[in-house]
Each structure stands twice: as structure tokens, then as C-alpha cells.
Write a protein that binds this ligand. Sequence first.
Ligand code: NAP
Length: 306
Amino acid sequence: MDAEFDTIILGAGAAGLSAGLYTTRAMLKTLILESLGPGGQLLITDEIENYPGFPTGVKGPELAVDMEAQTTRFGAQIEYAEVEGLDAIDQPVKVVRADDREFTTRSIIIATGGAHNKLGAPGEDEFAGRGISYCAVCDGNFFRGQDVVVVGGGDSAIDEGLYLSGIVNSVTVVHRRDELRATRVLQERAFARENVNFLWSHVVEEFVGNEALEAARVKDLKSEEVYDYPAAAAFIYVGFHPQTDYLKGLVDMDPLGHVYTDIHMRTKVPGLYACGDARADSTRQLGAAVGDGITAALAAYHDLNG
Ligand code: NAP
């Protein structure tokens, strides 16, 4: 049986679109499967300052549109479907199942990235969409002029907290330790911002409210005091997990679900590659995702062409 595609790329984030740019330019018939919209994390990132070539920064959604246009210009086909599973992955013709459809291919590049973790606090699900958010760029405007909290102390929390501070009245970062994990330049910017406050060594025990979120019930880990901290919204940035559930039992993964690859992005299964945030040991940076995608595409091209 002939395969419909030379390669199917799972995910149209920065890694997947970069892989598609290279596979199509190498004349591999390429399908990119995407469940939401092209761009992945770019779509929920306001300003990107650390992607080379943009000295004054670039808006994530704008870069997403340009990356998609560049990749489709060379003939990559994008279909909107959620990947449900892979079959016959050890065969020359592999099958990708997505939204009750089946696609056949000679190779598969996994680029399904990851998503922000939930905190797991009571009230988090109840107030989702009514104050609880994982995307400042998407939801920040609903809370214009109000007081919000950001949970977490990494790059995402501080980056998004800085973005929110330009929209809302005040941002309070609730962090479980007394120092941030975020990059120093982001830390310094946040410390200098007048309407960004910090609740150090605090955790959120519960989200409380009526129709909508009204407060984060926080605990001071040093004094053990528990009190309600008023907030119209809580933006949660407590880490990131790979979206690789559909690969369980098929490829080697670390305990968190990141796919193991060699330096060429090959998994142990011939014809199966992984790149970007979904792979183990990724630095989870935009530039790294782009590089991973390109490396995976070149490996697929070499393997398919002997
Ligand atoms: P992260 O670096 O893993 O940080 C997660 C933060 O959440 C940490 O401060 C952690 O506290 C806290 N946390 C985790 N679990 C918690 C819990 N159960 N309760 C309370 N707090 C909890 O995740 P991230 O900020 O999403 O970043 C992910 C990756 O993307 C990183 O490699 C980052 O560099 C990259 N990234 C880069 C940029 C940029 O370059 N501008 C922007 C966004 C993301 P502890 O510090 O105590 O562990």
C-alpha cells in the first residue's frame, strides 16, 4: 500500500511549522495536523523579546501568522483535527487517527508541544472562565482596571504578569518560595513595576467567590496564616506538561511524558521523530523549538531518501 503522505507532522506550533517548512522545501508531501489554530504557544504569548532577528520584539500571534504563511507557501497542507492515536508505527506505512479520520504516511514528526499545568486547588475548575485563566493574552482585557493575582514564579508567570500590569489596576504574584525562578531580566522589570506586588512564600489553598471569582484563599507558609486575598482573576502559571497522552506505550518517554529522542530528533521507532516542547531535554524556548523542528525534518528527509 502506498502512503498518502511522506510525512505527517502532529502539531502546528513553532516546531511543527518549522519542520513543515523544511519537509515541503525538500519536496516531501506533508500534512500538518492541528487541533486548534496554527501557532501553538505563540498564540498565547504577547511580546517575544528573545527570538533572534527581531531587535524590538515581536507579537506572538503575528509571528504565528507569518510562520504559517511561510510554511503553507511551499505546499504544506494543514488539517484541523485532534490526533487520537497512531497505528502500525513500526511499519513502512504508518497510520494517524484524528477525529475519526485516518491518514497514512511514511514518517511522523511529533510536535504536539505542551500546555500549562493546573494548580489543583479547590474552586479552580468551578471558576474557570469566570476569573480563573491560563492565558493572560486571551483573557487579560476582561479584567481591565481590576486587581488580579498571578500564581507561580517562573518565566511564564512573570512575563504574563508584566503584560497584565499594563491592563489591570494591580497584579499580585503569589509564589511558594521567597525568590523567583524567572530569568533575571524579567525579575528586575517586575520589581521595578509599581503595580506589581508579591506575596512571597504563599500558596493558594482555594479560589472563592459567588457568580465569579472574588478572592484567592492564600496561606503564608512562614506564619501559617490563612486569609482571603481579593482578586477579580487568577492567572495560573505553575509549569507545563507535554501533550503526548496519545503516545503512551508506543514510544519511550520520561515520567512526565516527554518523548526521548537522539540529537537528530529520532525516537527509537524508525520513521518517528519528536521535536519542541514535547521532547525530553528541550530547553522550551521558541528558538529551540524552531531548531528542533528543522532537525527532525532533515532527519526524516535523510531517512526517507536513504
Ligand atoms: P516553570 O519554569 O516550571 O515555573 C513554574 C513555576 O510555578 C515555578 O516558580 C514553581 O515554583 C511554581 N509552581 C510549580 N508547581 C507549583 C504548585 N503546585 N504550587 C505553587 N507553585 C508552583 O514553568 P514556566 O514558567 O511555565 O516555564 C516553562 C518553560 O518555558 C521554562 O523553561 C521557561 O524558561 C520557558 N519560558 C520562557 C519564556 C521566556 O523566555 N520569556 C517565557 C515563558 C516560558 P518553584 O520555583 O518553587 O519551583
